[in-house]
Write a protein that binds this ligand. Structure first.
Ligand SMILES: [Zn+2]
Length: 83
């Protein structure tokens, strides 16, 4: 198997499990082509978040989530440096 394929993540629908994409990094809303479920995916730097797309509406949920993700990423990089 090639390294490229091993390193990719499969993004799957949280409702029916259909694989929607294989990627290293993503920050997008996806509508499942099988069951129609609308969900949000963020992946990158060792952090993955999947939630209902409707939770990203109103206020600044996306900005808040990205701030949370950046905090997680900094924790991960600190953890890696310590070992
Ligand atoms: Zn689905």
């Amino acid at each position: 198997m090639s390294k490229e394929l091993d390193d990719q993540y499969c993004v799957t629908c949280p409702k029916c499990g259909r694989v929607s994409q294989k990627t290293y990094v993503t920050d997008s809303k996806i509508k499942c082509s099988r069951c129609g479920y609308h969900y949000y995916v963020h992946m990158g730097n060792g952090v993955s978040v999947i939630m209902e797309a409707s939770r990203m509406e109103g206020g600044k949920p996306h900005e808040n989530l990205l701030a949370y993700v950046r905090a997680l990423e900094s924790l991960i990089s600190v953890g890696c440096a310590a070992t």
